[in-house]
Write a protein that binds this ligand. Structure first.
Ligand code: HEC
Length: 171
C-alpha cells in the first residue's frame, strides 16, 4: 500500500509542478524584450494572404483591441494596444484534391504591437517573431527590427500595415 502511494506521488508530483509553467511564458522573449502574447492561437481573424514568391499561406489575426478596430474601420492609425499577429505555413496540396492549397509545415508566428509613444522610432509598432513549432525568438540582437520596419515602409501611409481587413457579412 505504502509503495503504491509513493509510486502515485512520484508520478503526480512532477506533473503538478510542471502544469503552472506550461503556458506561453516558457517561450523566450524576442531580442528587443517583447514577450510572446499568451493564447494568440485563439485570436480572431482579420485577413489572410498567400505569397506566390515563397509558397506560403498566412492568416492575420488580432487581439480584441485590433479586431474591434478592424471591424470599426478604425485602422489608420490603429489604436494603442492593438496587436496584429501573422501565422505562416508552407503551402501543400490536399491529398484528396490536388488543386486545393492547404497549410503544411508551420513556419513562424510574428507580431506588430501598437504603442505610438513606446515604439515611436519604428512607426509606433514593436515587431517580434518566433519561428517553428518550438517558437524560437528570431533575430541575433534587437537590430532585427530594422529588417521588419524597413520592409513595411512602402505601406507607411497605411500605418505601416499591409493587411486590409477582409470583408465579413454582418460586421
Ligand atoms: C521582405 C519584406 C518583409 C519583411 C522583412 C517583414 N515583413 Fe511583415 N509583411 C510583409 C508583407 C508583404 C506583408 C503582407 C502580406 C502578408 O500577409 O504576408 C506583411 C505582413 C505582416 C504582418 C501582418 C500585418 C500587415 O502589415 O499586414 C505582421 C504582423 C508582420 N508582417 C510582421 C513582421 C515582423 C515582426 C517582421 C520582422 C521579424 C516582418 N514582418 C518582416 C513584408 C515583410
Amino acid at each position: 500500500m505504502k509503495t503504491t502511494l509513493h509510486l502515485v506521488l512520484a508520478v503526480m508530483l512532477p506533473a503538478l509542478l510542471w502544469l503552472p509553467t506550461s503556458a506561453a511564458t516558457d517561450v523566450s522573449p524576442a531580442p528587443n524584450g517583447i514577450t510572446l502574447p499568451e493564447n494568440y492561437q485563439d485570436w480572431r481573424m482579420i485577413g489572410s494572404s498567400s505569397r506566390l514568391d515563397n509558397n506560403t499561406l498566412r492568416v492575420i489575426l488580432g487581439n480584441d483591441i485590433a479586431v474591434a478596430a478592424a471591424r470599426a474601420g478604425n485602422t489608420n492609425p490603429w489604436p494603442d494596444g492593438a496587436i496584429l499577429g501573422k501565422l505562416v505555413w508552407k503551402d501543400t496540396t490536399h491529398a484528396a484534391w490536388q488543386k486545393a492549397v492547404v497549410p503544411g509545415e508551420f513556419v513562424h508566428a510574428e507580431f506588430m504591437f501598437k504603442d505610438a509613444r513606446k515604439w515611436s522610432e519604428t512607426g509606433g509598432w514593436g515587431f517580434a517573431r518566433w519561428t517553428g513549432l518550438e517558437q524560437q525568438p528570431y533575430g541575433k540582437d534587437a537590430d532585427f527590427v530594422n529588417e521588419c520596419f524597413g520592409c513595411h515602409t512602402p505601406v507607411k501611409s497605411n500605418d505601416y500595415v499591409f493587411t486590409h481587413p477582409a470583408s465579413l457579412p454582418g460586421r
